[in-house]
Design a protein around this ligand. Structure first.
Ligand SMILES: [Cu+2]
Length: 375
């Protein structure tokens, strides 16, 4: 039974609903809230869409936190979007609006913001999102250009490179509404997508050459700046630490599956290479309005950009995906693994003869000549 009190409440509520004016700049489009996931994984999304533009809503919490970056236990006072290095990848379609709620909890010690390379105006949003600990802000920007783009923290001055190399970077992928295409307009699809964010790190050492650790980012600042200004990273890592994507953390695929790998580097150049595989289609600069290059062996990621490579695995095994500055890959950490299951194709590669001692009859002409000289 409807009581008088209920009726009054109902009347008050409907009065409230009709008297609240719509915000002048409000956008009358469907809204979709997306839960972000930590890299190398990417939240579920459509590759091509028949729906109209939407306001895609995301929420990221900035976390200053100590992380271990190698097997020796070296520590970094990291600054992160959502607790991961890189921050999560956001996927939208051209014409969509990205509406980000950025939260800087009171437990943090520093102001932060976000500069989206995919956004237009206001320092990529950096000018409108600077928030102190205990504050949050909502930024909305229209995705007018397709491609993979970096986002990063950019407070001001020396804070910018410091926050970026401390982990505050990630990527946005703006897909064409009709999906990806090759240079002839033929649709391209992926079965899986992985996001790799490369990070150069600059960990200070003590007088004995041992890596130092600190209690807060602020405490690490002066020493870290000194290492940064020499431009020689102590670590170059994928997804936050040496080995984040190798061994049991390897990315997986099956023979016949097509994988899109998005690779970002917010600060420094890189040159991804899939050992034993290729880039079937590569948007080296990451921008889908340009036709993809085909059959690449190594591609170049300019510091401050994200690229995308599409590859269909044809052989099983463990593939290393490296920065082909091999010193950075092997000595500094820039190596990931793909573990691929399926059947081996002998036509593509076969060990015709396993390793064996060289039979005497098969000595080369040079060796025979050398022997004939020794009498
Ligand atoms: Cu920051």
């Amino acid at each position: 039974m409807m009581t008088r009190r209920h009726a009054l409440m109902g009347a008050a509520l409907s009065a409230l609903l009709v008297t609240v004016p719509a915000l002048a700049d409000d956008i009358n489009l469907p809204r979709q809230s997306v839960d972000l996931v930590a890299p190398p994984f990417v939240h579920a999304h459509e590759q091509a869409t028949k729906e109209g533009p939407k306001v895609m809503q995301f929420r990221m919490v900035i976390k200053e936190q100590e992380v271990v970056i190698d097997d020796a236990g070296t520590k970094l006072q990291a600054m992160t979007f959502n607790g991961s290095m890189p921050g999560p990848m956001m996927v939208v379609h051209e014409g969509d609006y990205v509406e980000l709620t950025l939260v800087n909890p009171e437990t943090n010690t520093m102001p932060h913001n976000i500069d989206f390379h995919s956004a237009t105006g206001g320092l990529g949003g950096g000018a409108l999102t600077l928030i102190n600990p205990g504050e949050q802000t909502v930024l909305r920007w229209k995705a007018t250009r397709t491609g993979t783009f970096v986002y990063h923290c950019a407070p001001e001055g020396s804070m910018i490179p410091w926050h970026v190399v401390s982990g505050m970077h990630g990527a946005v992928m703006v897909l064409p509404r009709a999906g990806l295409k090759d240079r002839d307009g033929k649709p391209l699809h992926y079965d899986k997508i992985y996001y790799i964010g490369e990070n150069d790190l600059y960990i200070p050492r003590d007088e004995n050459g041992k890596y130092k650790s600190y209690d807060s980012p602020g405490e690490a600042y002066a020493d870290t700046m000194e290492v940064m200004r020499k431009l020689i990273p102590t670590h170059v890592v994928f997804n936050g630490k040496v080995g984040a994507l190798t061994g049991k953390n390897a990315m997986t695929a099956k023979v016949g599956e097509t994988v899109l790998v998005v690779h970002s580097q917010a600060n420094r150049d890189s040159r991804p290479h899939l050992i034993g595989g290729h880039g079937d289609y590569v948007w080296e600069t990451g921008k889908f309005s340009n036709p993809p290059e085909k059959d690449l062996e190594t591609w170049f990621i300019r510091g401050g950009s994200a690229g995308a490579a599409l590859y269909t695995f044809r052989q099983p095994g463990i593939y290393a995906y490296v920065n082909h500055n091999l010193i950075e890959a092997v000595e500094l950490g820039a190596t990931a693994h793909f573990k691929v299951e399926g059947d081996w194709n002998n036509d593509l590669m076969k060990q015709v003869t396993p390793p064996e001692p060289i039979p005497p009859a098969k000595l080369g002409a040079a060796e025979t000549a050398a022997k004939s000289l020794v009498r």
